[in-house]
Design a protein around this ligand. Structure first.
Ligand SMILES: Nc1ncnc2c1ncn2[C@@H]1O[C@H](COP(=O)(O)OP(=O)(O)OP(=O)(O)O)[C@@H](O)[C@H]1O
Ligand SMILES: [Mg+2]
Length: 312
């Protein structure tokens, strides 16, 4: 069996699944479940007050986050919150810092030499910038899907079982069950169930590879999924499948997606954040609102110009 040992050191160091392999115990406390009595999942998504009149704690939050590469300011002073089980879309022109900002939620910028993040990022209210946070456990709880599907050069089964195995899972029946559940949730199971161990992940179509990568993230049992233009390399049919999948995943996970496709943002997300670049080329948050309002009745002229295609 191919164990993927031919992967380069760079791939390993930068891959969040690799990065999430750590035998040390988690330092983050268990998750808080904000959907309580009298509150529906939709209340949680929109941040509506609960019965006691207190808004639910956001699943993730950024507080005054600024990010520099060397001396270049790439993201300036961004604060926002994402309710649990909702989809936030990040849109904005190229270079406005969307990918850089997305990476702060699982501290992937730590892996980029010269990158420095200030401010605070919270998961269930817990500060992620604090030195005693287990970055490895964080990257398991906050998974990432990249623009180009990046299956490992091994079977479909081994791709999905990879993260759990590296974290010590070895019971065959449990792994089988986890692989099936993850592939089912990623809407790929029926297409691959007869070839699980025979077929390489690399032998799938681009759209199937992206769903495999989503299954690989789901198998690590994350709570939040970051997606950086996950459908931009896909054909229209695969794109629609991935969009459908995102809507389904929203029932279980909190998702932040970067997309250049405004129809996609409008179709899949609950709320949308528009980023732009200032005169100094640093990215900043112009406006965040529920998606329909942001696209049809934005408060800021810049947002209006961008969503109506006048620049960007
Ligand atoms: N690894 C890096 N080293 C140095 N500068 C970087 C690095 N990654 C991004 N930048 C710079 O930070 C700024 C924001 O880049 P980022 O990739 O976050 O933008 P983006 O909004 O995701 O753009 P796109 O829509 O083209 O993907 C850009 O000026 C970019 O050149
Ligand atoms: Mg980007």
């Amino acid at each position: 069996m191919n164990t993927g040992d031919e992967m380069t050191t760079t791939t390993r160091a930068q891959d969040p699944i690799e990065a999430s392999i750590d035998p040390s115990p988690a330092t983050l406390p268990p998750r808080i479940v904000p959907v309580g009595p009298g509150r529906t999942a939709d209340d949680a998504r929109t941040g509506s007050p609960d019965v006691a009149g207190v808004a639910a704690m956001p699943k993730v939050a950024a507080e005054a986050v600024s990010i520099t590469y060397g001396t270049k300011l790439a993201v300036r002073d961004v604060s926002l919150e994402v309710p649990e089980r909702s989809i936030l879309a990040l849109i904005g022109p190229s270079g406005s810092g969307k990918s850089t900002f997305l990476r702060c939620f699982n501290r992937m910028n730590d892996l980029i030499p010269g990158a420095r993040v200030t401010g605070q990022v919270r998961l269930d209210g817990i500060g992620l910038m604090d030195p005693d946070v287990s970055v490895v456990e964080l990257r398991r709880r906050v998974g990432m899907v990249f623009q180009r599907p990046n299956p490992f050069p091994m079977s479909i089964y081994d791709n999905v079982a990879y993260g759990p195995r590296r974290r010590g899972a070895s019971d065959r029946a449990q792994l089988d069950e986890l692989v099936e559940r993850s592939l089912t949730r990623a809407a790929l199971w029926t297409e691959v169930k007869d070839d699980l161990r025979r077929k390489s992940g690399l032998a799938l179509s681009g759209g199937q590879q992206q769903r495999l990568c989503i299954a690989r993230v789901l198998a690590t049992e994350p709570e939040v999924i970051l997606m950086d233009e996950p459908a931009s390399a896909l054909d229209p049919i695969s794109t629609l499948r991935v969009e459908e999948l995102m809507r389904e995943l929203r029932e279980l996970y909190t998702i932040i997606i970067v997309t250049h496709n405004m129809q996609q943002a409008a179709r899949v997300s609950d709320r949308t954040a528009f980023f732009n670049m200032g005169e100094d080329r640093a990215g900043y948050l112009v406006e965040l609102d529920d998606t329909r309002t942001l696209f049809t009745n934005p408060k800021n002229q810049l947002t209006e110009d961008y969503v109506s295609g006048r620049f960007g």
